[in-house]
Design a protein around this ligand. Sequence first.
Ligand code: NDP
Length: 279
Amino acid sequence: MTKIINGKEFAQKVRALVAKEIEISGLKPGLTVVLVGNDPASEVYVRNKDAAAKEVGINAQTIKLPAEISQAELLTKIDALNKDKKVHGILVQLPLPKHIDEKAVINAISPDKDVDGFHVINAGRAVTGQDALVPCTPLGCIMLLKDALGDLTGLNAVVIGRSNIVGKPMANLLLNENCTVTIAHSKTKDLPKVCAQADILVAAVGKPKMVKANWVKEGAVVIDVGINRGPDGKLCGDVDFEDVSPKTKAITPVPGGVGPMTIACLLKNTLEAAKRLEK
Ligand code: NDP
């Protein structure tokens, strides 16, 4: 019997735990989201993050900056936020306008306030087993996996995708859980065969319904990170859910799987940053 992993419900539990811990601890975590320009999708994401943060007792604010802002001016804003003791988390919504170097901006955020976990210092800390702020989406995936499977030790995990924000940190988290990890990407030979070895298959590609039933081992757990618009205009993942789900032990749907965990983990990371900074 396949378990459909309810990410929405799990995320709600995480949010409730964060709210409770904030209430008990007396901490006043502060999160500043920086939005440059007026990309409609980014505006929606930022509004959702701001509202979710306020709901759990995080002191959230959004700073909106014009698309024409220079990189130097943006870096000056970030520097001020780095120095502001009431701000524990800083998130710069991506993508940034083309004239701004995203890496330079991300790496200007204090690593201790980098609640997206994208700073090179956090990536380095995570890989070398030091305390790090971990990117929210892979963190959400690992929480769902541990909830579904318990101990992950010794399992074969295949991650499709090697981006810095999903694929690579996901692979690292699985390695930390003692999985045997394969990272697949666009140059991987015989991808279906590689995937068919997986006890845990994580798809983070951005190709609608790419993963088919014959790619998946009987009884595998499948985590679908993809958010795509299918030909019918509906949201869908990187996994062909109807085709694949009967073969799996557990699988995340899209929507309602990994997506809600990303924001919940942002709140968790903001609390974590506040705890460390106020220690
Ligand atoms: P990127 O475009 O940065 O990376 C995609 C990866 O997939 C690359 O490593 C690429 O390989 C690989 N890839 C592309 N085509 C193929 C193929 N045909 N076969 C095998 N591998 C392939 O995407 P992201 O990591 O940022 O995001 C991946 C997906 O996850 C997207 O759908 C995105 O919308 C979604 N997403 C969802 C989030 C959530 O909250 N649920 C959060 C973040 C992302 P190569 O490196 O060789 O080019």
